[in-house]
Structures are given as structure tokens and as C-alpha cells.
Design a protein around this ligand. Structure first.
Ligand code: SF4
Ligand code: SF4
Ligand code: SF4
Length: 582
């Protein structure tokens, strides 16, 4: 596209035709603040924080939606612009619960940052009547506190556009406008899938995960309890951001060290059960292909996706793999095999998981997830909660040495760690399925480039032992919808589909550190975090799930073989048909 020449703050600039002032300014290293704007998701020009002066225009214009044109002259920092932004912030604060001291977002709140930046020294400038709001804590995974909502509607757009769900929107009109579910019912009464993508984009403390840090601390201090922790693959690629590391830094070693210093009895790795998942899921896939089972088979690692399928595609439940997710498999193995090995009462084991995900909080309470007669997993904490736990314990994270995980549930292959990126589960499964079907280790492929990358939908056909295997990978539930609709209409004929609820996969899960819009809008955090996982895979000497020695031992000592009766009892689950309640 042809470049347009314009002046911004007196400097000659160029930007591609079709750019907005915001994009043109960014390209020329000039920052314009935003609040409601989220690239490609919420471009509504509503909050007026991004206003700028355009020569010839009578009013200030919203840079996020105003297109550039040849010869345009823009001022982004005149006294009029700065005063307007300050007034907008003061007006927002006039109906805001300003309890920054105890707010979960304090220090990372986009509103707070802008208030500091624009010299809002009197947050009570426009005090008056305030909206009354109630806290919605009905859902298993999150809290909505509208007293801190600034009506930017980013959450509404994430739910409707990214996820294709739309269970939240604006209720009432004018001053009384508030964001919530239709008819103001609690979120738990809707067909929300608990993905947390609304939380990830919220600029303030209005949306946050249900926090179980206090409960975990209480169990850590209970001498009767044996507290085991597992960490999901994507957490190691995100946690560092909470401690000042660049996006996509692998902090696996420091994370293990921090968990040990907090006092967990065992510091294990969900990578172990990711490998176990591949053994079970790969076996299930081969079995379905060879015995005329239900195809396409669809992965079941992502609880947000599972809940979505149950609500919106209940007729496709039989397509889901019956494998529990790695989080749940881990808990099930801990409270059966590991408990027996260690002579521990499963009732006294507390299994804590650290996940990049909020839907896992819902998953721990699902039926048919209690292999030892007690819940497989007791608490599922997000990456953000882990950061809070580390900070509460006064651990200087950056100065920790790198440490490894404990045996025997701490071993994971390179195939397991890429579960955290979209296409990773498919690639891990293909590594093992191709090996099993061709029976050749040497020369069995490791890298399947077609399923890598952040595209929302990826497809490929592989020739496996004379069989043409059509696969698809989708991330983000709006993309999942497209794939499923193509399957239902007969337009596509896949054998195996990977679906992750969050766009880009778990690296971009609803429980990962929140990245402010001014970074998120101009960087692909999905690719940056995924890169860290692919590097870990590449550096691992074991890259096939079936080569994980601890997993082999688990089968030899306890589960017999993948897909055995005992493996099914412990590692597999069932699903329920749900209705759509908007
Ligand atoms: S949302 Fe931001 S401004 Fe509001 S109380 Fe929390 S930290 Fe303070
Ligand atoms: S958790 Fe997901 S499904 Fe639920 S309201 Fe938020 S974005 Fe929508
Ligand atoms: S809850 Fe958060 S994302 Fe949603 S409208 Fe309010 S401030 Fe914006």
C-alpha cells in the first residue's frame, strides 16, 4: 500500500495509506495513550483518551479511529490535548471506586498509570453521585467488580469477537450503563466458558480471577497436609513478566526454586502429564482410526474449549477425546500412583496446580475428576496468583538460582512443553503417532512446521504409514466455531483436530500476566511467549512423549499400558450436554 506523508508534532512522517493516526504515530515512535482501544477487537473511539489535534478540524479527534491523509498535520501533545486527557481521566474517576491501596491491579492498572502520566492530582475534581454496583462472584473462575469498570467494553469485544460467545454486554443506558450478563443474572447462570479472555484485556481491577492464595498458604502451614505443586508448560514463559523480565523469557529454573522455597513438599511439572496425555490420546486416536471410531477426534486439554463444546456443540461431545486434561491427569496420578508409592493417604495430599488459565478453576470442580475418591486437583492458581504468592513470601525472584523439578513426576519431554502454544498438542501427538504407526525411531519426524505459528486456523495433510491424515488446529473459540461448522456441513473432512480456547493457546491464557494495551496492541505476545517454549523443546534431549522414562515407569509399575482398563479409570473422563444461556 502506498505511503502517506504527514506531519506529527512538526516532524515529517510517513505511514501506509489506511493507517489511523494512532498507528502512524506508533510507526514514527510517538506514543498516544489509549484505554478502550484493542487492535482488531475494540476500535470504537469511545474513551477519548487518545484525542489529538488535527489542523483544520474544529474538535479534537480520536487517534485510534481517525484515518491519516496526505499532508495532514497532527499535534499529539499540545496543552489543549493534555488538558482534555486529564479532564477525561478525572471524569472517569468521578464514578470510580478509588481503593487503589487494596486493588488487585494497583501498580499494573492502565487507568492508574495514565492518571500519574497526566498529572491527575485531584481525583475528586468531579465528585458527585456514583453508580451503585454489586460484585458478581458467582462464576467459578472470576469476579466482576463494576465499581472499578470504566466502560471501555474491551471485555465485551473479547467475549463476542475473539471467542464468538457474547455472554456479557452493556445493560441500561446513559449514566446507569453497566457491563454484565443479560437481565443482570450472575455470570455462572450464562454459558460463559471461563476462558478469562475478558480478564486479560481489562485495563483496570474490574475483572480478576478468583484468588486461592490464602487457602494454599493455609494448607502449606498445616503439618497434616502434604502439598504437591505442578506447573503448566506456558507458565514458565509468562511468569517472568511479573518480575520485570522481557515478554517470552523462560524462567523455569527460578520458578522451581521459588516453589521449593515457599515450602511445597514436592515441586513437579505438568509436562510429565502432558507426555502422559500424548500416550493416552495418541493411543485413542490410533484406536479410533483402526476400529472405525468417531472422527474427527478433538483434543480435550483445554477446559474452556470443553465447556464451549458442551454448551454450543453438544452433538459433538463424542468427538472429544476422553482423556482428562494434563492438569487433571497429574492430580489423578499424584493421588493414586504417587500416594501408593510414598505411603500417603490421598485425603491428606493437597494438589495445587499453577496454570496460565482461569477455566482450570472450573475444571477442578467438574464431575468424574476424582480418581482416588477425592478431587484430583484441589486448587488451580493462575500465573498471576503464583507471582502474588512468591511476592508474599518475600522471595527475591530475580536472584534465585535455576533449579530442577523433583522426581518422579517432574520429568517432561520437549513434546510436552510445546503444549503451551497453539499447535503444540497436535505436534506432540503427531511425533508419537507417526512413530507408533511407522515403527521407526530413526528418521521419525520431530518438527511439524505446518501446525506452528499464531494463525487462528491451520490445516495440513500428512501421509502416515500409507494413511492420509487430515488435521486442523484452531485457537480462539470464534475460530473453533468456523472449524466445527465446516466439519458439520461436510465441507471439511478432518481426522484429528486440536482446539485451544485462547487465541495462540495457553501462552495467551486468561491467567497469564496482563500486558498493557500499549504493548499488546503493537507486539504479538502469543508468538513471543511461544518462542520460549519451542526453544526449551529444541534444547531438550528427549523430544518424544513416549521416551519419557518416568512415564514408561508409571505404565510398567502401575497402569500396564496406554489405553488399559486401569488407565481409563484414572486418566479418562466424561462430558455433559449443556444448554446455551446468554
Ligand atoms: S482499578 Fe486502578 S485506579 Fe481503580 S482502584 Fe484499582 S488500581 Fe486504583
Ligand atoms: S470468561 Fe470468556 S466466556 Fe466468560 S465472559 Fe469472559 S470472555 Fe466471555
Ligand atoms: S470490565 Fe474492564 S474491560 Fe470490561 S468494560 Fe469494564 S473496565 Fe472495560
Amino acid at each position: 500500500m502506498a505511503d502517506i506523508k504527514l506531519k506529527i508534532n512538526g516532524m515529517e512522517c510517513t505511514a501506509p495509506a489506511g493507517s489511523t493516526i494512532l498507528q502512524a504515530a506508533k510507526l514514527n515512535n510517538i506514543d498516544i495513550p489509549t484505554l478502550c482501544y484493542m487492535k482488531e477487537i475494540n476500535e470504537i473511539g469511545a474513551c477519548r483518551i487518545c484525542v489529538v489535534e488535527v489542523k483544520g478540524a474544529r474538535t479534537l479527534v480520536a487517534a485510534c479511529v481517525y484515518p491519516i491523509n496526505e499532508g495532514m498535520e497532527v499535534i499529539t501533545n499540545s496543552p489543549r490535548v493534555l488538558e482534555a486527557r486529564k479532564k477525561t481521566l478525572q471524569l472517569i474517576l468521578s464514578d470510580h471506586n478509588k481503593s487503589c491501596l487494596s486493588c488487585v491491579r494497583s501498580g499494573q492498572c492502565e487507568l492508574q498509570t495514565l492518571c500519574k502520566q497526566y498529572g491527575v492530582d485531584n481525583e475528586h475534581a468531579y465528585d458527585g453521585v456514583m453508580n451503585l454496583s454489586e460484585i458478581d462472584g458467582t462464576a467459578a473462575h472470576m469476579i466482576r467488580d463494576n465499581s472499578k469498570c470504566i466502560l471501555c467494553r474491551r471485555c465485551v469485544a473479547a467475549c463476542a469477537k475473539t471467542q464468538g460467545i457474547g455472554v456479557i454486554g452493556a445493560n441500561e443506558r446513559g449514566f446507569k450503563t453497566n457491563i454484565g450478563s443479560a437481565f443482570e443474572v450472575g455470570l455462572a447462570e450464562t454459558s460463559c466458558v471461563c476462558c478469562g479472555q475478558c480478564i486479560a484485556v481489562c485495563p483496570t481491577g474490574a475483572l480478576y480471577e478468583k484468588d486461592f492464595v490464602d487457602q494454599v498458604v493455609a494448607d502449606l502451614n498445616d503439618p497434616e497436609k502434604y502439598v504437591v505443586v505442578q506447573t503448566a508448560p506456558a507458565v514458565r514463559a509468562g511468569l517472568g513478566e511479573e518480575f520485570g523480565y522481557p515478554i517470552g523469557t523462560n524462567v523455569e529454573g527460578k520458578m522451581a526454586a521459588a516453589l521449593r522455597r515457599i515450602g511445597f513438599n514436592k515441586v513437579f511439572d505438568t509436562n510429565f502429564s502432558a507426555d502422559l496425555t500424548i500416550m493416552e490420546e495418541g493411543t485413542e486416536f490410533i484406536e479410533r482410526v483402526q476400529n472405525g471410531g468417531k472422527l474427527p477426534m478433538i483434543t480435550s486439554c483445554s477446559p474452556g474449549w470443553i465447556k464451549f463444546c458442551e454448551h454450543y456443540y453438544p452433538d459433538m461431545i463424542d468427538n472429544l477425546s476422553s482423556c482428562k486434561s494434563p492438569q487433571q491427569m497429574f492430580g489423578a496420578v499424584t493421588k493414586t500412583y504417587f500416594a501408593e508409592k510414598m505411603g500417603l493417604d490421598p485425603k491428606k495430599i493437597v494438589c495445587v496446580s499453577i496454570m496460565p488459565c482461569t477455566a482450570k478453576k472450573f475444571e477442578v470442580g467438574r464431575a468424574d475428576q476424582s480418581a482416588a475418591g477425592v478431587p484430583d486437583v484441589d486448587y488451580s492458581l493462575t500465573t498471576r496468583e503464583l507471582a502474588r504468592l512468591i511476592k508474599r513470601y518475600g522471595i527475591d525472584f530475580t536472584s534465585l538460582p535455576d533449579e530442577g523439578f523433583d522426581d518422579p513426576l517432574g520429568e517432561g519431554s520437549g513434546a510436552a512443553v510445546i503444549f503451551g502454544a497453539t499447535g503444540g498438542v497436535m505436534e506432540a501427538a503427531l511425533r508419537t503417532v507417526v512413530f507408533k504407526l511407522t515403527g521407526e525411531k530413526d528418521g521419525s519426524p520431530i518438527v511439524f512446521n505446518e501446525v506452528r505459528g499464531v494463525e487462528g486456523i491451520k490445516e495440513a495433510t500428512y501421509d502416515v504409514a500409507g494413511l492420509k491424515v487430515n488435521i486442523a488446529v484452531a485457537s480462539g473459540l470464534a475460530n473453533a466455531r468456523k472449524v466445527l461448522d465446516m466439519v458439520k456441513s461436510g465441507e471439511k473432512n478432518y481426522h484429528f483436530i486440536e482446539i485451544m480456547a485462547c487465541p495462540g493457546g495457553c501462552v495467551n491464557g486468561g491467567g497469564q500476566p496482563r500486558v498493557p494495551a500499549n504493548i499488546r496492541n503493537f507486539n504479538d505476545i502469543r508468538a513471543m511467549r511461544a518462542k520460549a517454549l519451542y526453544s526449551i523443546d529444541e534444547a531438550n534431549t528427549i523430544r518424544f512423549s513416549h521416551d519419557n522414562e518416568s512415564v514408561k515407569k508409571l505404565y510398567a509399575e502401575y497402569l500396564e499400558k496406554p489405553g488399559s482398563h486401569k488407565a481409563h479409570e484414572i486418566l479418562h473422563t466424561s462430558y455433559v450436554k449443556r444448554t446455551i444461556n446468554k
